[in-house]
Design a protein around this ligand. Structure first.
Ligand code: MN
Length: 231
């Protein structure tokens, strides 16, 4: 018998899988902060402090080719291009040496950020949820299964706005590698199939305005494209 709910049950968010197979059901979205030394420095921090985690709601995902509505309550929406890891298996206290066994595949995502709101939250010692976890804050490309693309540990990651290069780096520069990210995360949370992990952004973050056309990519993984629409 179908379970009954007291209010409408919103369907689980999903992400396309490259090649047109069944879609990937999103459980949680974890994000790594300051995982590239150059980005840590551009944000005014040392590149020697360990990275850390924050989250976005699962329904922040938005498919490739979307028009992202410019969010409310900000005058400084920023782009952050990132390699996204999609987990096909769960676990806790996972060893880095075993971590890649959890990975279903990889995507390219934009960790959209209300930068002015984030700066105010930092100053006040307040949470980042309103800066990072807003509606439509996680556009991402279709997930490429690891059986097709392997497990990338180096390669160019980049973002262009209206054809102009804004961000560029290499996956090899990540302070925590993908296996280390999964191992660390699994000491805080029991990971589950459907979890997505945004692995941090290289240097060059900056503002987006309505009308912008965003393209970003990770070598061997894919291409993310979206626009920014007036609210
Ligand atoms: Mn980020």
């Amino acid at each position: 018998m179908q379970e009954q709910y007291a209010v409408p049950a919103v369907p689980r968010p999903t992400v396309a899988v490259d090649g047109g197979g069944p879609r990937f059901p999103v459980r949680r979205i974890f994000c790594v902060g300051r995982n590239y030394p150059e980005h840590a420095r551009e944000m005014g921090f040392t590149d020697r402090a360990p990275p850390f985690f924050f989250m976005k709601p699962a329904d922040a995902v938005l498919p490739n080719g979307s028009a992202v509505p410019y969010p409310s309550r900000t005058l400084n929406l920023h782009h952050e291009i990132e390699l996204v890891v999609a987990l096909g298996k769960g676990g806790r206290e996972v060893l880095a040496g075993d971590a890649l066994e959890l990975v279903f595949g990889y995507a390219v995502g934009n960790d959209l950020t209300r930068r002015d709101v984030q700066a105010a939250a930092k100053d006040a010692g307040r949470p980042w949820d309103t800066a990072k976890g807003f509606d439509h804050a996680a556009p991402l490309s279709p997930i490429v299964p690891a059986m097709s693309c392997g497990h990338p540990d180096s390669g160019r990651i980049w973002l262009e706005v209206n054809g102009e290069l804004r961000q560029q780096g290499d996956l090899a520069d990540m302070i925590w590698s993908v296996p280390e990210v999964i191992a660390e995360l699994s000491t805080w949370f029991e990971l589950a199939p459907g979890d997505l992990v945004f692995t941090g952004t290289p240097a060059g973050v900056g503002p987006l305005v309505a009308g912008d056309r965003v393209q970003g990519g990770v070598d061997g993984v894919g291409l993310l494209e979206h626009t920014v629409a007036a609210r």
